[in-house]
Each structure stands twice: as C-alpha cells, then as structure tokens.
Write a protein that binds this ligand. Sequence first.
Ligand SMILES: Nc1ncnc2c1ncn2[C@@H]1O[C@H](COP(=O)(O)OP(=O)(O)OP(=O)(O)O)[C@@H](O)[C@H]1O
Ligand SMILES: [Mg+2]
Length: 242
Amino acid sequence: MGLNGRLVITPLTDRIYLTITQALSMQLGGAPAGPAGTGKTETTKDLAKALGLLCMVTNCGEGMDFLAFGKILSGLCQCGAWGCFDEFNRIDISVLSVISTQLQCIRNALLLKADKFLFEGNMIIMDLKVGIFITMNPGYAGRTELPESVKALFRPVVCIVPDLEQICLIMLFSEGFLEAKVLAKKMTVLYKLAREQLSKQHHYDFGLRALKSVLTMAGQLKRNSPNLPENVVLMRALRSLT
Ligand SMILES: Nc1ncnc2c1ncn2[C@@H]1O[C@H](COP(=O)(O)OP(=O)(O)OP(=O)(O)O)[C@@H](O)[C@H]1O
Ligand SMILES: [Mg+2]
C-alpha cells in the first residue's frame, strides 16, 4: 500500500473500525455501504495497515466469474491477507450465489480454526488472519441487490456523510495552518453551498475527494510561501483546483 499518509479519525471512521473488528471476532466479513467518496475503501485499508496486515483491493465488475473470485479468495486464505472487494454488487447475481458458497466454506474453516481445508477442490492451508470486506454504492444503476445468502455473511456499516469539517480542520493543522479552525469552517460551508446550489453535473465534484486535494495543495503552497496570510494561501489552492 505504500506510505499513503494517515486518515483523520472521525466518529464515522471509528464506527467502521468497531463494526469491522466486531465482525471479524464473529468470523464474519464487513460491508461498508454508502455514496461515493465517504471513505469506505480507505478506512478498510487504514485499519488493515494499523493491524499490520496486507490488504488487497479488487475492483469488481460484470465480467468477474466465480473462478476468478475463488482464486483471489484462495490466495487470501493462504497468506492471511485482507481482501477489500470494491463495487461488489456489480457482480452478476448468478455469480454471487456461487460466491456465497465459497465464502461460507471459508467461514466454516474459520469457525473450526482449521489449519487446512478443502476449497474449490483443493486442500489449501488456512491463515486465520484472513478477512473479507465488500464495499458498495447501493441503488446505483447497474447494481444488483445482494442475495440473502451473501448478506448473512457480512456485517453492514452505513457511511452516508463523512465528517468534512473535522477532516478539514485536522488536515489543515497538520499542514501547518495556525488559523485552521476558522478556515475549516469557511471551507466546509463553501463546499456545502456549492454542492447544494450549483447544477448537478457530473464534472462538478464537491465531495471529500475534491476537498482533500485542495487541502494537500494548500499545504504545498503554504510551504512554498510561508509569509503569505493563510486565508490567501487557501484561496489560491481553491482557485487553482476548482
Ligand atoms: N477519515 C478520513 N480522513 C482523511 N481523508 C479521508 C477520510 N476518509 C476518506 N478520506 C479520503 O476521501 C477520499 C475518498 O475515500 P474512499 O476512496 O475510501 O471513498 P469510497 O467511499 O470508497 O468511495 P467510492 O464509493 O467512490 O469507492 C480518499 O481520498 C480518502 O483518502
Ligand atoms: Mg471505494
């Protein structure tokens, strides 16, 4: 995963951490669901990093079949890594029902604390650190409703609104802004207004992803011109990225 920095721990990240770790203690997977850019994928990766585990993110699509999925699962079990399957509900419903059998098979081995088990016709070793997570945007076009057999194997976490102001505040502080508190408030209000009042075209993005790139950019500008007033630095970053 490389050195990708740290996430800001907000009440939402905390909730995802707690639900996921609880799910693992019950030998279940975790299923964060919610709109784009709320931190579902990143939070799962961040928790894996905090626990010192490898986390492989796979983007799922219509073309994925149960053989490919089974191969990934078998690899994860053998090396004790976490798998985060993004956009899991894009997979075809007929494939999902086979996948649920594969997942159930892994869960049985976990429940028995087996060190070897039969998976897809092969006897493979089992590293009990394995964890399986799926993230989804429910209700988007072209997504399937998960079958009950899959739902039962995952604990759901709902991520709707990220704590923008807190993320903004802490990131600005970490970039060295002394007036972070005022600036974070102004910036989140600006983004909120822009999101609500401008037309809903897909090239407009006032979500967490866009906000974060402005903050990183502001940090760079601040280091290059330490004598400028902080609000001017932030304004420049905003203007150059929006
Ligand atoms: N708590 C946080 N602190 C700092 N940055 C965050 C936090 N949560 C999310 N982000 C940032 O927000 C961006 C979007 O997060 P992420 O990719 O996890 O979204 P997602 O919910 O998986 O979206 P999608 O449904 O589009 O895949 C990333 O750049 C991530 O670094
Ligand atoms: Mg994602």
